[in-house]
Write a protein that binds this ligand. Structure first.
Ligand SMILES: [Zn+2]
Length: 323
């Protein structure tokens, strides 16, 4: 939405006071003050002997007057090069009896906003900043206040150029597989460049033959819907950065997980039984000879000893043995 055109009264100017047409691109607005009222400005620029003009003026009552077309060159800046490039605007005030009024500032903001919005200029000199002859114009006019108001109006109208919204298309996502795996092609197929937004845009990068192997670390879930498996070289850190090192992948349908063929079980060679080492026979421990217990001398009762002593003594006596 563009800034709306404020109410403007066309009042014209004497054909003696400006140049028809332009010879340069408009790139600025020059700020002037009238040192008087809007009506006095209208009168001055219609005076054929005045030799001066501006494109617009803003009266103390807020009335915006247009004196010449934007397509014509005002005689305003005391500098022909600047005249050729400017839209000059007079503002009522700067006179002891004509202050810069809030009505003037309010209208000025709207007028500047409407012009800046259409031309996009960024240069806003005061007359005295470009004039080649001495002048105090634009006096005490508050240029920054007017520009701030104008910018606020432009912003409120959302006319600040915005970058075009991104096309409403889903983007390709890159997903790293949990575990890298070895795959084998189940047909003759291609490695495809995935930088395309149309099916016709897929470009073959490299052919693969049925039975060839490829190590896969991740996949591109293409914005068009297909899933393409990617090698570590192509994938890079695409899961983190969104940008693969090389945007190439193989259609997942062209690959099978490689499963090593099951080899017949190799029977283990019959190993000779390991004979247990021949252990030396356990020799029975040499038992020490059992010594017969020394039998204590039998003790005989006293009566028995006496009996035998007396018997022996009797026999000795009977045999005549003397001791
Ligand atoms: Zn001026």
């Amino acid at each position: 939405m563009a800034v709306p055109k404020p109410a403007i009264r066309w009042v014209g100017a004497s054909a003696n006071n400006y140049t028809k047409g332009r010879t340069a691109r408009i790139d600025r607005i020059t700020f002037h003050h009238i040192v008087g009222t809007g009506a006095s400005c209208e009168a001055t620029f219609n005076n054929p002997s005045r030799g001066a003009s501006a494109t617009y003026s803003v009266g103390e009552d807020g009335l915006i007057r247009q004196h010449i077309s934007e397509k014509d060159t005002p005689w305003s800046d005391g500098n022909w090069e600047s005249n050729q490039r400017t839209i000059s605007i007079e503002h009522a005030g700067g006179h002891p009896n004509v202050p810069y009024t809030s009505a003037m500032y309010k209208s000025a903001g709207k007028l500047h906003a409407w012009i800046i919005d259409r031309y996009g200029m960024t240069y806003f000199p005061k007359h005295r900043e470009v004039s080649r002859s001495p002048t105090v114009c634009s006096g005490g006019l508050d240029r920054e206040r007017i520009l701030a108001d104008a910018r606020a109006i432009i912003k409120a109208n959302n006319t600040v150029p915005q970058p075009p919204p991104p096309p409403n298309t889903p983007s390709t996502r890159y997903v790293r597989h949990t575990v890298p795996k070895e795959y084998v092609f189940n047909k003759n197929a291609n490695l495809w460049n995935l930088t395309t937004t149309t099916w016709a845009g897929f470009k073959a990068v490299k052919p693969f033959k049925l039975g060839e192997h490829i190590d896969i670390v991740g996949e591109a879930r293409h914005q068009l819907g297909g899933i393409y498996y990617m090698t570590a070289y192509s994938f890079g850190d695409a899961d983190k950065t969104g940008k693969p090192k090389a945007n190439n992948g193989v259609n997942a349908k062209d690959l099978n997980i490689w499963v090593a063929p099951v080899e017949p079980p190799v029977e283990p060679p019959v190993e000779p039984p390991i004979e247990p080492p021949v252990e030396p026979p356990v020799e029975p421990p040499v038992e020490p000879p059992v010594e017969p217990p020394i039998e204590p001398e039998p003790e005989y009762p006293n009566w028995f000893i006496r009996f035998w002593k007396e018997l022996i003594a009797t026999i000795e006596r009977m045999l005549g043995i003397n001791k």
